[in-house]
Design a protein around this ligand. Structure first.
Ligand SMILES: NC(=O)c1ccc[n+]([C@@H]2O[C@H](COP(=O)([O-])OP(=O)(O)OC[C@H]3O[C@@H](n4cnc5c(N)ncnc54)[C@H](OP(=O)(O)O)[C@@H]3O)[C@@H](O)[C@H]2O)c1
Length: 339
């Protein structure tokens, strides 16, 4: 297997001085790949030189991934301190964050979590794999107090040494403006959807200005995402003529161009693949020929507001449609306690 020396992979310093690699591996099997396929790929990825892994309780594979981490520790491939393990509290556990975190630590067999995220900023639960049109009557709009209650539970986990850094995910600027002065411990990172045709420039800039590291999910435009997240109007980022042309000039797959663009722009991409040739070349993209300024500028023009995870299943009774989740008019839709 081809390997990348992890010491050569550029590192990013978070707002509290902790460092993490500029690329990680995603672990969501998109309902298509089994937990074994994903965890085998994690094992291969560790050997290939990956040190950052993006997990989540709701991906349903943390116990299998934990077996792989343990084997890597036992076999001396890596030490715990060499890995950056991220995971997330799912929407149905916002009132029981410590329980969720401790279960992830036990499943992942990792003693502590490097970055612990609030996966979605509201407690709206839907059954795994449910239809996009299904609505949970208990779903509610974003509440500042409820979000902060969940956040404070993670701050307590930092105090206890179970969590090293706090992460937020699927946020918007209006929501961040409401909560930014209420943190005792600043969030270190924000996971958000980022790919060439969905760049979220304003939110990206807001995070950078506030020293919160953007972590880009679906960095390749998630060609294998679940059917429920596909609309006929969605654009396939890697198939745009510009991405194909830049890739041809470099003699690589457009996936590699997506990742080079992401790293050079300053977000941390977390591409997923169970295929060794793909995950190795994804990691390799960070240490090979960079994109030119012209290529970076050309990709900057590809923004098409191509949001792939609309989040329909999190809508509350009375919400119009998925646009309500993303505060597109600059105010938090239906928020009971925004100031
Ligand atoms: N915070 C959140 O709410 C959130 C939401 C979504 C995702 N995420 C995280 O982000 C991660 C990545 O998102 P994603 O898996 O949906 O999308 P992605 O990384 O954009 O796309 C993954 C797909 O791209 C293909 N691929 C990967 N490397 C390739 C390469 N070098 N050449 C050609 N094709 C390649 C693979 O398809 P084939 O299998 O066909 O090869 C793979 O299934 C997830 O695994 C998860 O950890 C977080």
């Amino acid at each position: 297997m081809e390997k990348v020396d992890p010491k050569k992979v550029p590192q990013i310093t978070l707002n509290n001085g902790n460092t993490i690699p500029c690329i990680g591996m995603g672990t969501f099997g998109s309902d298509r790949f089994t937990a074994e396929e994903v965890s085998n790929a994690v094992g291969g990825a560790i050997r290939a030189g990956y040190r950052l892994f993006d997990c989540a309780a709701c991906y349903g594979n943390e116990d299998q991934i934990g077996e792989v981490f343990k084997a890597a520790f036992d076999e001396g491939v890596v030490e715990r301190k060499d890995l950056v393990i991220m995971t997330k509290v799912w929407n149905d556990m916002h009132k029981r964050v410590a329980e969720s975190c401790k279960k992830s630590i036990a499943d992942l067999q990792c003693d502590y979590i490097d970055i612990f995220f609030i996966h979605w900023p509201f407690p709206n639960y839907h059954a795994p794999g449910c239809d996009v049109d299904s609505r949970n009557p208990d779903s509610k709009p974003f509440s500042v107090e409820e979000f902060m209650d969940t956040y404070r539970q993670i701050e307590d986990l930092v105090d206890q040494g179970l969590v090293k850094n706090i992460g937020i995910s699927n946020m918007t600027i209006p929501k961040l403006e409401q909560v930014k002065d209420k943190f005792r411990i600043q969030p270190a990172a924000c996971e958000m959807e980022l790919h060439p045709c969905f760049q979220q420039q304003e939110l990206f800039d807001w995070l950078v200005d506030h020293k919160i590291q953007p972590i880009g999910f679906m960095p390749l435009g998630s060609p294998q995402r679940p059917e429920r997240d596909m609309l006929p109007t969605d654009i396939a980022d890697m198939q745009t003529p510009e991405m194909k042309e830049i890739a041809a000039n470099h003699g690589v797959h457009p996936a590699i161009i997506c990742l080079k663009w992401a790293v050079q722009r300053g977000q941390i991409p977390i591409p997923f693949s169970i295929h060794e040739n793909e995950y190795v070349s994804n990691l390799m993209s960070t240490i090979t020929e960079p994109l030119t300024d012209e290529e970076m500028q050309k990709i900057a023009t590809l923004e098409k507001d191509n949001r792939l995870v609309k989040g329909q299943v999190f809508l509350w009774p009375g919400a119009d449609d998925w646009h309500d989740l993303w505060d597109e008019d600059g105010v938090i839709v239906d928020c009971p306690d925004a100031k």
